[in-house]
Write a protein that binds this ligand. Structure first.
Ligand code: ATP
Ligand code: MG
Length: 610
């Protein structure tokens, strides 16, 4: 391609809309243009990158025995009602774009395709002889994200590869899952990315496991905890570890002390000269279930620990049936406005004890005759105790009176221990690892570019997708799902590889592998040599650009650096000796090379990892 004929516009200044380097660079180098929040046009250079990434993904999926298909983006609401996700996705979470067609039928734009694929499986899979089966597609997904940001990282329209597998049982699902793990590892290696596969949260449906593939970068939205022996890595949402040992409490008698201005654990410990490990902290949350029920949750946890809200949400989801629902729609720390809605009087914030009285909650308004009260607040606190607080003795905790704490308290004496014991503590860097307490957890930032997930029978059961096994029994299909954010991956590659002058693509996913630059198009010999090289390189299968614009050499070199093409070939002064200059973008190493050595040398270099 000739730059003179291309839609090629680069920007000198950083666009104000962009915060992270990869987003700035993709905009500046003319790869993408923003059309609306989270909606981008992929311009010709970007489209080539996306096709390269897609092709690598496709090859690895095919090698793992998956088959490519293309499913509809426009999906009927009824299908989503069968799985129970229509209302949650379109209303509660609001992640799904929905519309009404001219026949007044509700439709949605696919944020994911479990429903569609399971409906197909229900219709087409009859027997164990058809299994295992793994279908995938590479397609645009639509999600009305709350905070679209960072360009292609979190878009509202983005490209995803999604695969869905069907197996006879958990054991063969595990084999399929392992194949996907290998495929994902190969994809990332081929793209030249530094990454880590980490244990991931599977939500409350559990499944037998899920892992995320994280591209390591400071701008990553996720935190990864890992050990240096390589044996453990997990998303912080899921991570487990050993909490530090608790120190023995020096408060051997129970008493109430005046502790003014100690709303935080740090201030309290400073005043009482005690370790936070002898403090019992009581954290209040407000959960909204899909049944409309609002439940106030009081979590008692050791003072030096924090609550992991993802773990808490999973625990609450398990309890959802108790509140007439299936899932938790929102989990928040109730702010003043929220408290005002349900509290009968001001809460003793910072001084709450585990026995905070249920009379703080307003009794539900009686529902009109024959109706169930909507959004009713459960009349009692749901009290949970984290494992770190179960064995505390002589602890310090709130007194339910502002300005006072109690010390030397014990479960079974001054306080009744909540019956529900949970593990909701947040693991943090520096904690000891479970598999080897000599190892401490380290932290890194990651960009989640893929997620592989053993789903089990959640969707096949909901939609009635079954098969007949060898014994003639009807069984639900055992499913897995596997996603790669193709457009996110492409930007993550930039986030991991750039310098002050621009993008540094690896040869595997660069839009072009080489660029021939004519320093001065007024010089016939430069033009002639460049034209010849350009034609020969492309004929040799090396994807090459020709910068034949009427611009200064300096501008051309800057642009070549900015767009990040791996090899730059300059038909400059050394032509007199029958040579050109070849510069490697990543290292900036430059060498003069005889004209006829260019193609064999580049071929050699391109066959090696870059
Ligand atoms: P996240 O936690 O980042 O929102 P997710 O758990 O919603 O991701 P999945 O539903 O598992 O993601 O989707 C599979 C892959 O699609 C993700 O691993 C990610 O790479 C990509 N992806 C998800 N949401 C977006 C988005 N809004 N923009 C770009 N890529 C996305
Ligand atoms: Mg998401």
């Amino acid at each position: 391609m000739r730059l003179s004929q291309m839609l090629f516009v680069t920007l000198r200044e950083d666009p104000t809309e962009a915060e992270i380097p990869s987003h700035k660079l993709l905009l500046r180098a003319g790869y993408i243009r923003r059309i609306a929040a989270g909606v981008y046009a992929y311009l010709p250079l970007m489209w080539r990158v996306l096709q390269k990434v897609s092709q690598i993904v496709r090859e690895e999926m095919n090698a793992a025995g998956a088959q490519e298909c293309l499913l509809p983006q426009l999906q009927p609401a009824d299908l989503w009602r069968e799985s129970g996700r229509w209302d949650t996705y379109t209303k509660a979470e609001g992640i799904m774009f929905s519309l009404i067609d001219r026949q007044q039928r509700e439709m949605g734009l696919g944020p994911t395709h479990e429903e569609v694929i399971t409906a197909i499986a229900r219709d087409m899979i009859r027997s164990y002889r058809q299994l295992p089966l793994n279908l995938y597609q590479i397609q645009t997904k639509f999600r009305d994200e709350i905070r679209p940001r960072f360009g292609l990282m979190r878009g509202r329209e983005f490209i995803m590869k999604d695969a869905y597998s069907f197996d006879v049982d958990e054991a063969t699902l595990k084999q399929t899952y392992d194949k996907m793990h290998t495929a994902y590892t190969n994809i990332l290696k081929r793209c030249g990315l530094a990454f880590r596969a980490v244990d991931a949260d599977s939500g409350a449906i559990g499944g037998s496991g899920s892992q995320e593939f994280m591209v390591l970068a400071d701008a990553g939205e996720d935190e990864v905890l890992y050990t240096e022996d390589g044996k453990y890595s997990a998303n912080v949402e899921k991570a487990v570890s050993l909490p530090p040992d608790a120190e023995p409490s020096s408060f051997t008698t129970y008493e109430k002390l005046e502790t003014p201005g100690t709303e935080t654990i740090a201030k309290l410990c400073q005043l009482l000269k005690c370790s936070p490990t002898v403090v019992l902290k009581n954290v209040l949350y407000q959960a909204v279930f899909d049944s409309g029920r609002v439940v106030l949750v009081l979590v008692s946890i050791r003072g030096d620990q924090d609550v992991n809200e993802v773990k808490l949400q999973n625990e609450l989801t398990k309890l959802a049936p108790q509140y007439g629902g299936k899932t938790v729609l929102a989990l928040t720390v109730p702010d003043a406005d929220a408290q005002e809605k349900w509290a009968t009087k001001p809460l003793p914030l910072g001084y709450i004890a585990p026995n905070l009285d249920d009379s703080y909650i307003k009794p539900p308004k009686p529902a009109p005759a024959g109706q169930v009260a909507a959004n009713a607040v459960a009349p009692k606190f749901l009290r949970l105790v984290d494992k770190t607080a179960v064995d505390l003795t002589n602890f310090v905790t709130g007194s339910n009176e502002s300005g006072y704490h109690v010390v030397g308290a014990n479960w079974g004496q001054e306080f009744e221990r909540p019956k529900l014991e949970v593990d909701v503590r947040k693991a943090v860097a520096g904690d000891r690892a479970l598999h080897d307490p000599a190892q401490t957890l380290k932290t890194a930032r990651g960009i989640e570019i893929g997620h592989i997930f053993q789903l089990g029978t959640k969707y096949s059961q909901a939609l009635g997708a079954t098969y007949t096994n060898e014994q003639g029994e009807e069984k639900p299909l055992v499913m897995g799902c596997y996603g790669v954010g193709v457009s996110r991956l492409a930007q993550a590659a930039v986030e991991q590889s750039y310098d002050k002058d621009g993008i540094v693509w690896t040869t595997a996913i660069a839009p072009y592998q080489a660029i021939v630059v004519i320093p001065d198009i007024a010089k016939a010999d430069q033009v002639q040599a460049a034209e010849k090289l350009y034609a020969e390189l492309n004929a040799a299968g090396i994807e090459t650009l020709l910068d034949d614009r009427n611009e200064r050499a300096g501008v051309k070199f800057k642009d070549a650096d900015l767009i990040g093409i791996p090899y730059r070939i300059v038909t400059g002064r050394s032509l007199q000796q029958g040579k050109v200059e070849v510069v490697q973008r990543a290292t900036r190493s430059s060498q003069e090379m005889a004209l006829d050595a260019v193609i064999p040398t580049l071929k050699q270099w391109l066959s090696e990892p870059y």
